[in-house]
Unconditional design. Structure first.
Lengths: 294, 282
């Protein structure tokens, strides 16, 4: 691990400086994570009064449960759609905004708003627009002959949470894409233009490949966001319904644990999710290391 | 700009206006709805121009709360959100600043071990380990307290990671010069490193304030008494009222108030925020 060439020497000061962070990490992170792993091997009754060692039974139950796979499927559909929608739109906006000279800052000021809006609030905003009786968006869709009702139709509910989650993420992606685009030297564009490449061709053959580090970084961040940080969007709007149509994995962990009081099952799900996050983290770290080599 | 194409420029501006509309439209509709009388909305589609109930609606939610839904006054929830957001931002920046300093500027036994213990938390959000974290907080007697709201959310290494990256870019000569002049570790930290990190601290404060303000699941779990509700979780209670259509104008007034502080901060401190976000997270 890297360090400075010149360092200080002190017997206890560095430990004292690390102590607050270490304490918070141990108490609120390592301890709960360890507890989740232990609990996933036990069956606890709903009152938490008795625990019985059941080895892998919780995991067996989980992986034999068709509704868990349904929830996984829902999560993947939701995460991939949200990521693709949010990234495509923001790349388009960033590319256009990078091209035009006047007004870029004004546009940027408006486009960064959603970053500050809470996921729950974003959910409520779109819930209102898509309200079955008074929503403007519903009204517009009705004129097009589309019957949109997130409380009845699974597809409508899914569309609602994807739009709300993607809307919230556009500004983050936009800022990173814009920074990535501005880092590409102008001479590259000029050379291509002299060789006769038009704006569209330049975008696909030059900009997109040069932007690939940013794109990859955002891909991981967006997937993590859509998989794990969108609980609020769902809880504030569809509540996993209708049926189980929008019950993504993090929503299920919460519901099985706090509503269903199935502690072992919820812990087993937490362990699965932690493994999933760890995978994303490793991918991200390898990417950071690779990027340093450039 | 490589070439001048009038048509492409116009097309670009049209597209950007569409982008702005896409972003601003939901917020505009919410604002318009928040200025209407309840009856005006129920009768049909929401109008697109503000009504005349602006002051009355906001006065109602700020002072009395939305009585029918049993939510506390918004002013109280705004105060709680503010305490939580500032607590998270200040707490996280403080502990990660000093931890990153120790990891970068000292050599001591178990340094690598401590580093990895902290950094393992880098990407694991509280949502994933929700149930056991709740149990730990309950065991510590922190339910329904500001400590319970703030401390578990601070347990993440993102800020530590960013400060470490920044400290690594600080020139070695500064430390050498300080040591030759006889400055100890604390003096170097306080008089040289801290002033150098001012921009990073400010940018991180904006990011962490918004992160803290927008917390949802965690306050939902640890608070059961109304006087600790935060505004973002309070909205959900207004929307999901039992067997009745929510009072949309009041709900939307609350929504606007809930997003106003973070949106204002981000717009006012735009330069700092953009620089901090893009440069530190890469």
């Amino acid at each position: 691990m890297q360090t400075k060439r010149v360092t200080f020497r002190h017997v206890w000061l560095p430990y004292l400086l690390c102590l607050p962070q270490l304490a918070v990490t141990l108490v609120f992170f390592i301890w709960p994570a360890a507890e989740a792993i232990i609990e996933s091997f036990y069956r606890t009754n709903a009152f938490g009064t008795s625990m019985q060692f059941v080895a892998f039974e919780n995991f067996q139950r989980l992986f034999n449960d068709p509704s868990y796979f349904a929830s996984m499927r829902v999560s993947v559909i939701f995460a991939v759609s949200t990521t693709v929608l949010a990234m495509t739109l923001s790349l388009l906006f960033a590319a256009v905004s990078d091209r035009i000279i006047r007004g870029t800052n004004a546009y940027r000021t408006f486009l960064i708003w959603p970053y500050a809006v809470a996921p729950a609030v974003a959910g409520v905003l779109w819930l209102f627009l898509f309200n079955p009786s008074i929503g403007i968006a519903t009204y517009a869709l009705e004129l097009l002959g589309i019957d949109f009702n997130a409380t009845i139709y699974p597809n409508s509910a899914m569309a609602l949470i994807i739009i709300a989650a993607a809307w919230k993420q556009i500004s983050y992606n936009f800022l990173f894409f814009l920074a990535g685009l501005q880092a590409i030297p102008n001479s590259v564009y000029e050379a291509a233009a002299i060789d006769g490449a038009g704006p569209v061709k330049r975008f696909f053959t030059i900009v997109l490949p040069l932007l690939s580090p940013t794109t990859f970084f955002l891909l991981v961040v967006n997937m993590v966001y859509a998989f794990f940080e969108t609980f609020a969007v769902i809880h504030a709007t569809t509540q996993g319904g209708p049926g189980q149509a929008t019950s993504i994995l993090v929503y299920r962990v919460w519901k099985d644990g706090f509503v269903g009081l199935d502690l072992g099952g919820s812990a087993a799900q937490s362990v699965v999710l932690m493994a999933l996050v760890a995978t994303f983290t490793v991918i991200q770290f390898r990417y950071i290391e690779r990027q340093v080599e450039y | 700009m490589v070439e001048n194409r009038r048509l492409l420029d116009i097309l670009g501006h049209i597209l950007m206006l569409f982008a702005v509309a896409l972003v601003v439209f939901p917020i505009w509709v919410a604002f318009v709805a928040s200025t209407q009388a309840s009856g005006a909305i129920m009768s049909g589609t929401v109008p697109l121009w503000p009504g005349d109930q602006l002051i009355q609606n906001y006065a109602t939610v700020l002072g009395k709360g939305v009585a029918a839904s049993g939510a506390p006054p918004i002013l109280l929830m705004l105060g709680n959100s503010l305490i939580m957001a500032i607590g998270i931002a200040v707490g996280k920046i403080t502990i990660s600043l000093i931890a990153a300093y120790a990891i970068v500027y000292f050599r001591f036994p178990f340094r690598t071990f401590i580093f990895w213990t902290i950094f393992i938390t880098l990407m694991l959000p509280v949502e994933v380990r929700i149930m056991p974290t709740f149990e730990v907080v309950a065991n510590l007697g922190l339910l329904n307290s500001y400590g319970g709201l703030i401390l578990p959310v601070i347990a993440s290494a993102t800020a530590t990671f960013l400060f470490r990256q920044f400290f690594m870019t600080v020139p070695e000569e500064l430390c050498e010069a300080a040591r030759i002049d006889g400055a100890g570790p604390l003096k170097f930290f306080w008089d040289i490193l801290l002033p150098l990190s001012r921009t990073n601290i400010a940018a991180l404060f904006v990011i962490m304030f918004i992160f803290g303000w927008n917390q949802y699941l965690w306050p939902l779990l640890v608070t059961s008494t109304e006087n600790l509700y935060t505004i973002v979780m309070g909205i959900q209670r207004l929307v999901t009222v039992a067997d009745a259509e929510p009072q949309w104008p009041l709900v939307m007034a609350t929504t606007i108030l809930a997003m106003l502080p973070p949106v204002l901060i981000i717009v006012v401190m735009q330069r700092l925020f953009v620089q901090g976000l893009v440069e530190t997270e890469k």
